[in-house]
Write a protein of this length. Structure first.
Length: 73
């Protein structure tokens, strides 16, 4: 059995999305979100490189490395 109310509501929603216009605010939001995700990934990769270097040189323990990575995240 098909629910016609949901189908027509979905069609309304899709046509509203298709008719929408990208504004400067939309581009700013997407840019800020992208830059935030880029910064977070750089922190994760840099932190793991630091931890592997500290582990190799035996300058820190596994527990200290775990605390560092947790604080970094």
């Amino acid at each position: 059995m098909t629910n016609y109310v949901t189908a027509s509501r979905g069609d309304e929603l899709l046509s509203g999305i298709d008719d929408s216009v990208e504004s400067k605010l939309f581009h700013k939001i997407v840019t800020l979100g992208s830059l935030g995700m880029l910064e977070a990934s750089i922190c994760v990769y840099t932190g793991s490189a630091v931890v592997s270097s500290l582990t190799t040189s035996r300058w820190s323990t596994d527990q200290e490395n775990d605390m560092f990575l947790s604080a970094n995240f």
